[in-house]
Each structure stands twice: as C-alpha cells, then as structure tokens.
Design a protein around this ligand. Structure first.
Ligand code: FES
Length: 139
C-alpha cells in the first residue's frame, strides 16, 4: 500500500466516522422530539408559575410536583422524598420542603438540607410552549 492510498483510506474513514456520528446525533434529536410530543403533560401555565415567586405545587395523577421560575426556566421537582417516597410539604415562609415521615428537609432546588435523606429530589424535564409548562411523563 502506498502512502497516498493509506492517506486516502484514513480520510475516507474519517468521513464515514463523522457522518456516522452526525447521523446518530440526528436520530437521537428526532427521537427525543418525538418522545416529548408523545409523552408531554401540561401541568401549569407559565404565567401562574412566574406569578407565584415562592413556587407552586401541582398534581398530575399520582405525581405531585413543585414548580418554580428561577428567572430563566421552570424548575420542576418530584415531591416524593428520596428517603422513603413520602410526599413532601412546602413551607412558603421558609422556602423549604419538609417530609412528614422522618423529618427530611430539602431546599427549593431539591438539595438535602437535613437528613435522613442523602439524595437530592428528582428533577423533572420541563418545556415551555407558548404559555404552557409541560413535564415529560416518565412513568
Ligand atoms: S421518607 Fe422522607 S425522611 Fe424518610
């Protein structure tokens, strides 16, 4: 094999590899868009979330969520305690989420403030379309 043939082979391989990566990213982007369209659930209006600066609690079926506007986007937290799945209660005055079962405390970003939980709350993927806030139904 000549140097020219080797260089040509390497360049063709790089092109094919690059096209493969681009194709994979395109397929991933398309499937994520389709997944969102099929499984998105409207949970609130953006206006309501922004107006309630302290945050709002919404329920969709069995799932209870805490939504708040952080100035750039809507943050959605699953209100199941990461210690034992009890539903948290929100105290707007202290801006903390309290677990009635064993006293776990979380801040408005879902971080653990006091135990026994050691894992932050699960953040739900959100999207805003026009004035509606959607979360991805992960069930
Ligand atoms: S279930 Fe929440 S602290 Fe145990």
């Amino acid at each position: 094999m000549t140097r020219r043939q080797l260089l040509s082979l390497l360049l063709n391989g790089a092109w094919v590899g690059g096209l493969g990566v681009l194709s994979w990213q395109l397929v991933d982007w398309i499937t994520s868009r389709i997944r969102w369209q099929l499984r998105k659930v409207r949970v609130a209006s953006l206006r309501d979330v922004i107006q309630h600066e302290a945050g709002v609690i919404v329920q969709n079926g069995q799932r209870v969520m805490f939504l708040r506007w952080d100035g750039r986007m809507v943050l959605a937290l699953d209100l199941r305690c990461t210690h034992g799945n009890c539903t948290l209660r929100y105290d707007a005055a202290s801006r903390q989420l309290f677990c009635p079962c064993h006293g776990g405390v979380f801040d408005r970003d879902g971080n653990v403030v006091a135990g026994p939980p050691t894992t932050p709350l699960h953040r739900l993927p959100t999207r805003v379309e026009v004035d509606a806030v959607y979360v991805l139904d992960e069930s």
